[in-house]
Design a binder for this molecule. Structure first.
Ligand code: 13P
Length: 283
């Protein structure tokens, strides 16, 4: 069934487990992610991000993501991740996405508050949830090093002010992760996660989940993370599946598709189980 972030993250926060967001750019990825959620009987967040739209346009994705979510036996949030423009966030809401992230993390603090507050007001009138970002989670490209990252870490007191003023439903925090393939060993600031968790009520989001260790995930969730974002891992898994299909002598699209769906489902299932820990989730 199609739900918004509050439906899946508030129980997760209460019971201290994590719910995965898995970004998708095509039908095979969507089928793999939703198969994994149904196999594990777990809620899931599926969607796309503004930087991924060249690979899968928003409207086209909405034609299958939304009906698939509605039909699913488990709770599914269809989320527009890292919306960079007001217009695209509104388009996602009009198409029926049940959740949007408006990423104004590179704006000044006051602009971030103002823009996200306005979008939250509108999104709530659609019955959709909103994620904001404070501090900044960068990409792994270029020369970003662990030492430079701390400059952008989320400040707990400011997080309190930000969530109070914007009215958002979930907050992405910068605590040492980056998007994409890690070029260094990530070192998460767990104390900061706890400090933010202790001061604000809304569920916390960890971006840049691909490449973190199982231990890091368990600890981050224990410290207060409720939503974990993954893309690179399933993106790589999908291309590995194509290689495997070729190795097995399959070279038709119709042979390759099941390899991709199954591989994505397997990788997603592992993550869902890890984030959920031993908690039994009521759907
Ligand atoms: P990765 O691609 O590093 O898993 O990050 C995904 C993400 O945070 C999407 O918002």
């Amino acid at each position: 069934m199609l739900v918004n972030l509050n439906d899946v993250l508030l129980p997760a926060k209460r019971q201290r487990y994590g719910v995965g967001l898995f970004n998708t750019v095509n039908l095979e990825m969507a089928r793999g992610v939703l198969a994994a959620a149904e196999r594990t009987g777990s809620p899931v967040i599926i969607g796309t991000a503004e930087v991924l739209l060249p690979y899968g346009p928003l409207e086209e994705l909405s034609y299958f993501l939304l009906p698939m979510a509605r039909k699913s036996k488990v709770k599914v949030v269809v989320h527009y991740d890292h919306g960079l423009t007001f217009e695209k966030c509104i388009e996602a809401l009009k198409l029926g996405f049940s959740s949007v992230m408006y990423d104004c993390s590179m704006d000044s603090y006051e602009d971030n508050v103002k823009k996200v507050k306005e979008l939250t007001y509108i999104a709530h009138s659609f019955g959709a949830s909103v994620e904001g970002e404070l501090g900044h989670v960068g990409g792994a490209e270029g020369n970003e090093q662990p030492d430079n990252l701390s400059f952008f870490y989320t400040d707990p007191e400011q997080a309190k002010d930000y969530t109070d003023r914007t009215g958002i439903d979930a907050l992405a925090i910068a605590v040492g992760t980056v998007h994409g393939v890690y070029k260094f060993k990530p070192k998460l600031d767990f104390e900061r996660i706890e400090a933010i968790r202790n001061i604000i009520d809304v569920p916390l989001v960890l971006h840049g989940g691909s490449g973190l260790s199982d231990k890091d995930f368990r600890k981050a969730i224990a410290c207060g993370i409720s939503k974990v974002n993954i893309f690179t891992d399933i993106n790589i898994a999908a291309s590995q599946a194509v290689k495997k299909a070729y190795e097995d002598g399959k070279d038709c699209m119709t042979d390759i598709i099941p390899y991709q769906v199954e591989k994505i489902a397997a990788v997603t299932e592992n993550k869902i189980k890890l984030f959920k820990g031993s908690v039994i989730i009521e759907n």
